[in-house]
Design a protein around this ligand. Structure first.
Ligand code: ZN
Length: 429
């Protein structure tokens, strides 16, 4: 299930996307209150948009816009909406996304070709270790995608290692979908209960939420740790509710492939200009083929690098590297710019650390302050010193680090209503 366009040349892909873009602009100009107003205010004649580069003449839209004008983004009457999902907004209230029947079909197609990209096919059985309800889009996408692909799916949901292993041993799935750090919990449970993960029949895991690789695509500590005990293929997938689209790694594992039928990507700097080739910037997307809430030049807030060289898998589509960080969570610390994932990579090097949370705040003089709270069975000055030295060596910065109670960290990580663990508590927002 690999769309022909993914093997086409980059010039063909561009032309293909321009066609799709033109239909989108017509659609928005007819159905979207928000974008119609934007075109009028900025005197944009959509007939003048004839290349992907011309997109740059249209202002970007942001998460704040989505929050402030949520209804104006909706392009269909309410009775066409089948599924309602929400995503956390920037100003408190969640942003609502409505998916029509066609949008659900598109979501299924998106996930089916993403699974196919990772080498999953008809006849495979996937165990889903993420939540499917709670107005969450991803779990539903995985279910619909598996169905479309003709693969089986076991909806176990998140957590509960015992039930996960029970299902793995009972139904013999070939792939799992999980947050990578949860795989460590599964390994731990297996060890305690004399289960050999390597004979379980699992070939690979589709991993969400946490990076698996460094920017050069080599494995980070977290994925090295997983593979040490459980020799499976690890595929990173990156998606968001706003994008309605996933970027999943192929068997070469060199970044998540863009699907040209579904999304246009731009990587922009702080002035909304395209970054130089190979540089990191904010992923800005234009969704294609959506009916309910299509987005045009939407700034995702994620800092990534794009890779344009043809992939060894035969696809010529753009690939996105691991997310470097959230733009809002950028930290200026003693002359260095950094993002929380770099600190998470360092914390993952310490087996002694059971759990941790990174707290970001402003100090008295208004500059960024980092405090990492860690829980461990054996707190010692020695361990603290080891962690500090590792920070100095790898990042050349030294955040405040203190021991904390495991319960307190758990409460911070799983506040009521949260659908995934919070690793970073940003008090600056
Ligand atoms: Zn590839």
């Amino acid at each position: 299930m690999i769309p022909d366009i993914e093997h086409a040349s980059q010039t063909e892909i561009k032309a293909f996307q321009v066609d799709k873009l033109k239909s989108l602009l017509e659609y928005l100009n007819t159905h979207s209150v928000f974008y119609k107003r934007l075109f009028e205010t900025h005197q944009i004649d959509i007939k003048n948009i004839n290349t992907l580069e011309d997109l740059a003449t249209i202002p970007t839209s942001t998460k704040d816009d989505l929050q402030l004008y949520n209804d104006d983004f909706m392009c269909v009457p309410k009775n066409k909406i089948i599924d309602y999902v929400t995503t956390s907004g920037t100003l408190g209230e969640p942003v609502i996304f409505g998916l029509t029947d066609n949008d659900l079909e598109r979501l299924a197609y998106n996930e089916a070709i993403s699974f196919a990209c990772a080498g999953i096919g008809k006849g495979d059985v996937i165990q889903l270790m993420t939540t499917m309800d709670r107005r969450f889009m991803a779990g539903l996408a995985y279910f619909l995608g598996a169905r479309k692909l003709g693969a089986g799916i076991i909806r176990v949901g998140n957590g509960i290692p015992e039930l996960q292993w029970d299902s793995i041993l009972k139904f013999k799935p070939t792939y799992i979908i999980a947050v990578p750090s949860f795989l460590l919990k599964l390994i731990e449970y297996a060890k305690q209960h004399n289960i050999d993960p390597n004979t379980s029949g699992i070939k690979g895991a589709i991993c969400i939420g946490e990076p698996l690789r460094h920017q050069d695509f080599s494995l980070n500590t977290l994925s090295q740790k997983i593979k040490q005990h459980w020799d499976i293929e690890l595929f990173s997938t990156y998606a968001s509710t706003e994008m309605n689209t996933a970027f999943t790694e192929c068997t070469q594992q060199q970044g998540g492939h863009q699907h040209p039928e579904l999304i246009i990507t731009e990587i922009l700097d702080d002035n909304n200009l395209p970054v130089a080739e190979g540089k990191a910037g904010e992923l800005t997307i234009t969704t294609l083929g959506l009916e309910g809430m299509p987005l045009l030049r939407f700034k995702t807030g994620d800092i990534v690098k794009a890779h344009h060289a043809p992939c060894d898998c035969g696809r010529n589509t753009t690939r996105l590297g691991p997310v470097i960080g959230r733009k809002k969570q950028m930290i200026k610390y003693k002359g260095t710019t950094l993002y929380p994932p770099a600190m998470q990579n360092i914390m993952n090097d310490f087996n002694e650390v059971e759990s941790y949370i990174i707290e970001l705040s402003f100090n008295e003089i208004g500059t960024d302050e980092i405090l990492i709270k860690i829980a461990t069975k054996k707190p010692s000055e020695d361990l603290l010193e080891k962690i500090k030295n590792h920070f100095r060596a790898k990042l050349r910065v030294l955040p405040k680090i203190e021991f904390s109670d495991r319960k307190e960290i758990r409460n911070l990580q799983f506040p009521k209503m949260s659908r995934k663990p919070i690793m970073v508590n940003d008090k600056r927002i």
